[in-house]
Design a protein around this ligand. Structure first.
Ligand code: PLP
Length: 346
C-alpha cells in the first residue's frame, strides 16, 4: 500500500471548487461481468460510463462537466470543438450545448483510413446534425487546432464569445478523478479490492485515474489501452497529470516511466477494428448483453481477453474494465462489422 496525500473528502472538496455544470447521471453503475469472468477465469467488473446519461453516454460527459463549466463561467455563448468525423466527444459536446442553450461548432477531420466515414451522415455525425451543431469538415492532413481557431474567429467577427475546447485540456483529468472517487466508494460497498483498472486511453481519462490512485495511495494498476499507434502518449499523460495535481494542490509527481499505456492492441491504427476487437464485441454482446464500440472500447476489452488467455491476468486478480462509451459509432462501422461478422446484406 502506498501512502495517501489526501483524503477522499478533501479531494471531493477541492474538485468542488472548480467551475462545473451538471450534464450526466452519476455515479454510473459498477457491475460484475458474471458470465465473462467465469469464462476467462478472472474476476471482472464493468464501470458503466456508457451510461452517463448524456446522448448515448460516454466518458466525455465527465470531461464536459468541467470544460463547459469553464465556458459558462467565462460567459461564452459558442463552443468550438473538433476531432475525427465519428468523434464521440463532438457528439456529446453538441448534445451538452443543446441542453445548456449554447451554440456548438464542430470541426471534423476526415479519416484517411476509413473512406466511407468521410461524410456519411451516420452514427455520431448524424447525431451532431440532430443536435443542431454547425458542422465543418477539414482534410486528413489539415491542422485541427488552427481550423478550430479559424471557426472561433468567424464567430468573434459576428459578435459572439467562443470557447474553444483544446485537446488535451485538464477537464478530463478532473472528470476521471470524480470517476475514481466513485469507484473507491463502490468497491467499498461491494467489498472488493481491485488490482487493475483497464480502459481505452487517448490521455485525459487516464490522467484522472493516475492522479487519483497516486493521491489516494491505491495500489490499483491503471492500464490505458491505445486505440491508435502514436508515440509520446505516456509523456503527455505524465505532463497533464502534474498539471492537474498542481491545480488541485496535490503533492503528487508523475513521470512517464510510471504510466502503463499500451499500443499492443491498436492493430493497424485509429478507427480500424482488429479481429480481436470484433471478438471482444461479440463476447460482451453474447455473454453480457452489453454493446462495445469498434474504435475504443472493443480494443480495450480485447486487451483483457488477451491478458487472461496468456496469464498476465489470473484468478488472483480483480479487474475493473471502464466502459468509456462510443456506442453510436457502431452504426457508422456497419460495413466493416457486416464483413467481420460474416453477414450478407439483402
Ligand atoms: C469511447 C471512447 N473511449 C475512450 C476515449 C479516450 O478518452 P480520453 O481521450 O479521455 O483518453 C475516447 C476518446 O475520444 C472515446 O470516445
Amino acid at each position: 500500500m502506498v501512502s495517501s496525500v489526501v483524503t477522499e473528502t478533501e479531494l471531493w472538496e477541492r474538485l468542488g471548487k472548480l467551475p462545473r455544470v451538471q450534464l450526466g447521471n452519476f455515479p454510473t453503475p459498477l457491475e460484475p461481468l458474471q458470465r465473462i469472468s467465469k469464462f476467462l477465469g478472472v474476476q471482472i467488473f464493468i464501470k458503466r460510463d456508457d451510461l452517463t446519461g448524456l446522448a448515448f453516454g460516454g466518458n466525455k460527459t465527465r470531461h464536459l462537466e468541467f470544460g463547459l463549466g469553464q465556458a459558462i463561467h467565462d460567459g461564452c455563448d459558442v463552443v468550438v470543438n473538433g476531432a475525427a468525423v465519428q468523434s464521440n466527444y463532438c457528439r456529446q459536446t453538441a448534445a451538452a450545448c443543446a441542453k445548456l442553450g449554447l451554440k456548438c461548432a464542430l470541426v471534423l477531420r476526415r479519416n484517411p483510413e476509413i473512406e466511407r466515414l468521410k461524410i456519411e451522415p451516420q452514427g455520431n455525425l448524424l447525431l451532431d446534425y440532430l443536435f443542431g451543431a454547425d458542422v465543418r469538415f477539414i482534410g486528413p492532413d489539415e491542422d485541427l487546432e488552427e481550423a478550430k481557431e479559424r471557426v472561433a474567429e468567424e464567430y468573434r467577427a459576428k459578435g459572439h464569445k467562443p470557447f474553444v475546447i483544446r485537446h488535451p485540456d485538464l477537464s478530463g483529468g478532473f472528470g476521471y478523478l470524480i470517476c475514481l472517487l466513485e469507484l473507491v466508494e463502490q468497491c467499498r460497498q461491494l467489498g472488493i479490492k481491485p488490482t487493475h483498472i483497464v480502459h481505452s486511453s487517448a490521455t485525459p481519462t487516464q490522467v484522472g485515474f493516475v492522479v487519483g490512485t497516486k493521491a489516494l495511495g491505491l495500489d490499483w494498476q491503471v492500464l490505458g489501452v491505445a486505440p491508435f499507434c502514436r508515440n509520446g502518449v505516456p509523456e503527455r499523460i505524465a505532463e497533464l497529470s502534474n498539471l492537474v495535481a498542481k491545480k488541485l494542490n496535490l503533492p503528487v509527481q508523475v513521470s512517464p516511466e510510471e504510466i502503463n499505456f499500451t499500443t499492443e492492441f491498436a492493430g493497424e491504427g485509429y478507427g480500424v477494428p482488429t479481429p480481436e476487437a470484433i471478438e471482444a464485441m461479440k463476447l460482451m454482446a453474447q455473454m453480457e448483453g452489453i454493446v462495445l464500440d469498434p474504435v475504443y472500447t472493443a480494443k480495450a476489452f480485447a486487451a483483457i481477453v488477451a491478458m487472461a488467455r496468456d496469464g498476465r491476468l489470473t484468478s488472483e486478480h480483480t479487474v475493473i474494465f471502464v466502459h468509456t462509451g462510443g456506442t453510436p459509432a457502431l452504426f457508422a462501422y456497419q460495413p466493416a462489422l457486416v464483413q467481420a461478422l460474416g453477414l450478407t446484406s439483402g
